[in-house]
Design a protein around this ligand. Structure first.
Ligand SMILES: Nc1ncnc2c1ncn2[C@@H]1O[C@H](COP(=O)(O)OP(=O)(O)O)[C@@H](O)[C@H]1O
Ligand SMILES: [Mg+2]
Length: 371
């Protein structure tokens, strides 16, 4: 099929050489059942590519099930992927099909494959090799006919070196590897993406947009987009809501940069999901939010310690939990100590600064033996 037509059908925007090459590879591999590994930073469009591979395949009318391997707690991932029998573990009150069974005849997108525990990797390799798996708690091997697409923002080579990823699985996955470059390395795609997101959002939300002035356009082109296309999209959508009715300047744009959160928000998604599955999704969403918040706090602390080394130096001091990061208790203790110090031991003021009641502060001071 003509490349431009294909891009249009599958919502792939971009004119860079890289995107054109990717589209050609998609068209070549889509009709086969070959496993595809899609790599690239968060937000570059890995999921867009995966969906195009699925949609253009003979499985296109069947579901594609996306599983975020990084969001599922380690102890649950096998039962999520392969299902479990009633009573196979304490909370397994009923038999449940796993995503590999649900996706039968369709495609499964294993997102953040680099986060998959080693024990699960063995089982994945088995499915890839002969379509076989066992539900947790069952000795009956089952068959499934699923096309696997894997995605990751990690460099799997490194993961293999660090012994966190099985080399045999890696070789198997990377037979076709589509690498999606960061947006800053294919800036010629930016104007098309901007135009697309503006049009798309404006028409869906019935807002009129007055456009960018020259400085603003230049900034959009020169910014390095650490959150890639996802960040660009969020920035455009925020601006369309908040800066409507005027021509957008570079200063306006600047307000919306550097806001991107770090997490990939892909969740296991199933068409026609049951209430139970919907509930699971909610739980995973909450887990991802939590993970994101922790990442953000870490970033914030890192940034603060660069800007005000004296203010956070105590935070960087031990004790740690053994892998180099500070424990939550210790962080709390330091915060309380610092607040007391800043407020010359005035507990009322310290409590106010910490946004806790004086009673709680008293209790904490005792608990941490600060007196
Ligand atoms: N080439 C592209 N064309 C159109 N939209 C894109 C493109 N690349 C990314 N996007 C959009 O950017 C956002 C992030 O893309 P996604 O596929 O989820 O990235 P990733 O999986 O790599 O983190 C989505 O809203 C997606 O629709
Ligand atoms: Mg993704």
């Amino acid at each position: 099929m003509d490349r431009e037509l294909f891009k249009k059908q599958h919502g792939i925007i971009g004119q860079s050489l890289e995107i054109r090459e990717i589209v050609d590879v998609i068209q070549q591999v889509a009709p086969t059942d070959i496993t595809v590994l899609i790599t690239g930073e968060s937000g570059v469009g890995k999921e867009v590519i995966a969906r195009a591979v699925h949609a253009a395949s003979k499985r296109g009318k069947k579901p594609i099930v996306t599983v975020n391997c990084g969001a599922i707690p380690e102890g649950l991932i096998e039962s999520e992927l392969f299902g479990h029998e009633k009573g196979s573990f304490t909370s397994a009150v009923e038999m449940r099909k796993g995503y590999f069974e649900i996706a039968d005849e369709g495609t499964i997108l294993l997102d953040e494959i680099g986060e998959m525990p080693l024990a699960t990797q063995v089982k994945l390799l088995r499915v890839l090799e002969n379509g076989e798996f066992n539900r947790v708690g069952s000795s009956l091997p089952r068959k499934t006919d699923v096309r696997v697409i894997a995605a990751t923002n990690k460099v799997l080579d490194d993961e293999v070196q660090q012994k966190r990823f099985r080399p045999d699985l890696y070789f198997r996955l990377r037979s076709v590897n589509i690498h999606v470059p960061a947006l800053r390395d294919r800036k010629e795609d930016i104007p098309l993406l901007v135009e697309h997101f503006v049009k798309d959002f404006a028409s869906r939300n019935d807002v009129r947009f007055q456009g960018f002035n020259e400085d603003a356009t230049e900034l959009l082109m020169n910014y390095d987009w650490p959150g890639n296309v996802r960040e660009l999209r969020n920035v455009i959508e925020s601006m369309l809501v908040l800066e409507k009715g005027k021509k957008v300047t570079a200063d306006d744009v600047r307000k919306y940069l550097h806001r991107e959160t770090l997490a990939d928000r892909n969740l296991p998604m199933i068409v026609n999901r049951t209430a139970e599955q919907a509930e699971r999704e909610l739980i995973y969403r909450a887990l991802i939010e939590l993970k994101t918040n922790i990442e953000e706090v870490k970033q914030l602390l890192k940034r603060r310690s660069v800007l005000h080394p004296e203010a956070t130096s105590t935070l960087n001091a031990e004790p740690t939990n053994g892998n180099g990061s500070i424990t939550l208790d210790e962080m709390e203790r330091k915060m309380i100590m610092n607040a007391l110090e800043r407020n010359r031991n005035n507990r009322r003021l310290a409590a106010r600064e910490l946004n806790i009641s004086e009673r709680t502060l008293y209790r904490k001071i005792k608990e941490f033996g600060l007196q």
